[in-house]
Design a protein around this ligand. Structure first.
Ligand code: SF4
Length: 248
């Protein structure tokens, strides 16, 4: 099965007792401003085309954002900041995201997170991160992106072992997360299929899918955007660079 099948199974997941309890409690109690809402209250799948060459990996859905609307980064301040920037660089049809059926389209980019259920205080435990990791691994394998923008050190720490397991060679020492960090990974062992594709691609060069570019970026959380640690030009600059590296 592809990503649609994966997402269909993901939304049924109840593997983390603390997160299941929290996402459902938040959905039942609601925030006053959203009293009229039917909260999603379940795991939030990645959002964007299934053949996107660029992935954006965040942290986890927000309690009253993705956990309310059912779509990644939709309906919270981090998402407002991210989608406006994606739109500015031509990767989103609109600068705003309000509901799962608002018609917003992403172009060549899929946004997802290493933990798919809203955690208390936006802080998943290491056990919850590890429990959710196979979902991220499956999604990245199916998507097979050429570049990944990683929003914050949590996503970075979670993604590196996923990529190592998927056959990408990690530099030693392991690259550290930093805003603007750029790491280009290569396959540990090119498979016969990949070598054949390399031969088909124009002479001598490495086949495009034998390289994966990781770009570190501060998370667009209010803590970072309100303080100016992450500004809009900083984010759009990195998204520009990432979309070029992804071949967009
Ligand atoms: Fe399942 Fe991930 Fe949600 Fe845990 S965080 S319940 S592994 S979807």
């Amino acid at each position: 099965g592809g990503l649609a099948e994966l997402d269909g199974r993901l939304v049924e997941c109840r593997a983390c007792p603390r997160l299941v309890a929290w996402r459902e409690e938040v959905a039942a109690t609601k925030r006053a401003a959203f009293r009229g809402w039917e909260y999603w209250g379940r795991p939030v799948p990645g959002f964007g085309p299934h053949d996107a060459p660029l992935a954006v990996v965040g942290l986890a859905p927000a309690a009253h954002g993705g956990n309310r609307t059912g779509r990644m980064f939709t309906g919270d301040a981090s998402g407002d900041f991210l989608f406006a920037a994606l739109h500015e660089v031509g990767l989103a049809s609109r600068p705003t995201a309000t509901t799962a059926d608002d018609g917003l389209e992403l172009y060549g980019v899929r946004v997802t997170s290493p933990v798919h259920c809203a955690p208390p205080a936006n802080k998943p435990t290491p056990a919850e991160r590890d429990t959710c990791r196979p979902w991220l691994a499956a999604e990245i394998t199916l998507l097979n992106p050429r570049a990944i923008v990683v929003l914050g050190s949590f996503g970075w720490q979670t993604l590196l072992p996923v990529l190592a397991d998927a056959g990408w060679q990690l530099p030693r020492p392991r690259p550290r997360f930093a805003h603007g960090a750029l790491v280009t990974l290569r396959r540990t062992e090119p498979t016969a299929a990949r070598s054949a594709r390399a031969e088909l691609s124009d002479g001598g060069g490495r086949a495009a899918d034998d390289e994966l570019h990781l770009i570190g970026c501060y998370h667009p959380s209010q803590r970072n955007t309100f303080t100016g640690r992450l500004t809009r030009p900083m984010l759009t600059g990195l998204l520009h660079q990432a979309s070029a590296l992804a071949g967009l």
